[in-house]
Design a protein around this ligand. Structure first.
Ligand code: BGC
Length: 335
């Protein structure tokens, strides 16, 4: 289901009402809300799952609130400039509220100022604006997670697995884990922080760690696979663990491990997100575990905020909200 998201970008540009929510039977007396959703890149596997959850949650809310909700999704295709222009289109077309997955999280000021001058509130998600930008206006919110907590939980999964399978993981028996590291995008709040707290937690747990190599694979499966192929050439069986900032890159590493010519090479692979394909890999014991990045919980918070802000109400009853920032907890998923 997660992979079914193949909305035509051209179609989106031509019409502002594609991907709309259901239309309530009684149009006349029904309250109407128009919501614009922008994602940084629709090819991102985790963002696809958030998008699916948003779709479902807006429809559910529409039924429960008997409010007609029109939701239009735009793919910003990795360009902040494109995203800024898409914001203009939504504002010109009278949308009530915007949900924005920034392309460049350090460059939110233009969008915020556009929203502010048209008085259209914004709920940012997944790619966190810097705090100075969040201070620019009091009708902007952020929904995400605590990156350090995600990394720490990865560390805990690893330690637990290591305790139970010490001999299989520490293949050369030197008491130190030789690992490679797949990092997300440089500058993304969930990349360096997850890495740092994962490694810190493993070391605190008493396991020695030796980094053989690490690189940014920008959250992408293909890039994860390419990096891993190169590391397998270079280090071969020396690699005992693969620590990845997300599941997509971990799946890329698994692809590379599956295709390597030394058929006996095994490594403990860990990811983060809990996307469908990673859950399958864990069930099949090809991955040791993942940390669930709660796409459903994040979608629920975004939809609640969008509804209240769109109606002009001050947001209330949003679990995990402090000031204007909502952080959803992570959860472990292991074999
Ligand atoms: C997720 C990644 C995703 C990225 C996109 C992160 O929180 O873990 O899978 O690619 O957000 O911004």
């Amino acid at each position: 289901m997660k992979l079914k998201w193949a909305v035509s970008v051209l179609g989106l540009m031509l019409s502002m009402v594609l991907c709309c929510g259901c239309i309530a039977e009684e149009k006349t007396d029904t309250e109407e809300l128009r919501v614009g959703v922008l994602v940084y890149n629709q090819d991102d596997l985790f963002i696809q799952s958030v998008r699916d959850e948003l779709d479902e949650c807006f429809r559910k809310t529409e039924r429960e609130e008997s409010c007609r909700i029109t939701v239009s999704f735009f793919d910003s295709m990795g360009s902040q400039l494109t995203q800024n222009e898409q914001i203009d289109t939504f504002i010109e077309n009278g949308y009530d509220v915007l949900c924005v997955n920034l392309v460049d999280r350090t460059d939110a000021a233009t969008i915020i100022d556009k929203g502010k001058s048209a008085n259209v509130p914004i709920v940012f998600f997944n790619r966190e604006p810097v705090s100075a930008d969040l201070e620019r206006w009091d009708r902007i919110y952020y929904v995400g997670t605590d990156a350090a907590e995600g990394g720490k939980l990865q560390g805990e999964i690893f330690l637990d697995y290591y305790e139970k399978h010490r001999e299989t993981v520490d293949k050369n028996g030197d008491g130190v884990i030789q690992y490679v590291l797949l990092e997300g995008e440089p500058g993304h709040q969930d990349a360096a922080i997850r890495t740092e707290s994962c490694i810190k937690r493993i070391k605190e747990g008493g396991a020695g760690m030796e980094r053989l190599a690490g690189a940014n694979a920008n959250w992408k499966l293909n890039q994860g696979k390419e990096k891993m192929e190169a590391w397998l050439q270079e280090f071969g069986d020396e690699i005992e663990a693969v620590i990845s900032n997300n599941d997509a890159m971990a799946l890329g590493a698994l692809d590379a491990l599956g295709k390597q010519k030394w058929s006996k090479i095994q490594a403990a692979v860990i990811g983060l997100d809990g996307i469908e394909e990673a859950r399958i890999a864990i069930q099949e014991k090809r991955m040791i575990g993942t940390v669930i990045n709660d796409a459903e919980g994040q979608a629920e918070a975004i939809v609640k905020l969008a509804l209240q802000l769109g109606r002009g109400e001050p947001p209330k009853n949003i679990p995990g909200m402090e000031k204007r920032v909502v952080r959803l907890p992570y959860e472990l998923l292991t074999q």
